[in-house]
Ligand binder design. Sequence first.
Ligand code: MG
Length: 387
Amino acid sequence: MRIVEVRELSVPLRGQVSNAVVDFSGHEVSLVAVVSDVVRGGRPLTGVAFNSIGRHAQGGILRERLIPRVLAADPGSLQGDDGRIDPTAVLSAMLVGEKPGGHGDRAAAAAAVELACWDLLAKHDQEPAYATIARAHGRREPRVGVPVYAAGGYYRPGEGVPELRAELAGYRERGYPAVKIKIGGLPLADDMARLEAAVEVMGGGQGVAVDANGRFGPDEGLAYGRAMSGLGLRWFEEVGDPLDFDLNRRVAEVYDGAIATGENLFSAPDVQNLLRYGGIRPDRDILQMDAGLSYGLTEYARMISLMEAHGVERTAAFPHGGHLLNLHIVTGLGLGGCEAYPGVFEPFGGYSPDCLLEDGRIQPGDAPGFGLEAKPGLAEEIARLVA
Ligand code: MG
């Protein structure tokens, strides 16, 4: 199997939502297709993926650096022993000439291509990506159907507590047992009014997580922690700057509930530092690294190994980015669960109609690969990319 072409397309996110730090209305995502020399049904077998959600598209890095390196590599160097494309080898080829450290946008760019290789392998074997991922990582029988929660509760222009209540009640009616809402975009008292409404709608704090998106310094983080401490929340996410491990440690010393972090760590060495210095409590805290932002599944699997080496079970992993790529990764690797973005971050966020949501768990459909072609809105963009 050889890679004959890699295509990329920047696709805008739809909708106008913001968290405490970022307005997503101008965001784009890089959709990538890895075209192989295998022909099926008269068409080249093609793997498709994207660079998760929440960072910008990576067209420049892909076109100018990463894709030319893949196409210039000796085709044999990109294959495993079985003659098929080896995603880890493709990642190595993309990173030739790149210095270690400083894991920024190139990590998301490389992830889109690496994950498209996994889609290609799964389509080659005519099976859902979670099956391919599980087998490649020595996991025999993946449990299909993983815990899921709805991530929403964004700040929207002109909307307040009544709209938040209606949004969360909608998630509950659709079968999501838990939700996540944003904090840090309003004064503490106003955020607490939102939060108390959310707890009421969800029937208790265990149904509600909050996400500060790295907004707080230590004083604000501790003030929010104290204010929220009686609510028994599901978790308190990204209290401060993602690389301020000491801040995380200090808040963890005071805040009894679970703390979640990691979505903005893009490399295994960064995760190693979080585990060493971030005060992570293996009995309750949640780690949210996202393969689609961090060089793909190769690097993400290294992160999971690091967690386990530090006594943190893989069920503590709830990757950021509620979309089909992570649903298959969570299922294949036996992680804790997934987020979902019902109706937010379209066309990438949320799941396809063939994914079954039942008893608070979501299971992927049977389509080969990540099943991205089964998602309305995304299917049309993929058709445009591979046409
Ligand atoms: Mg978050």
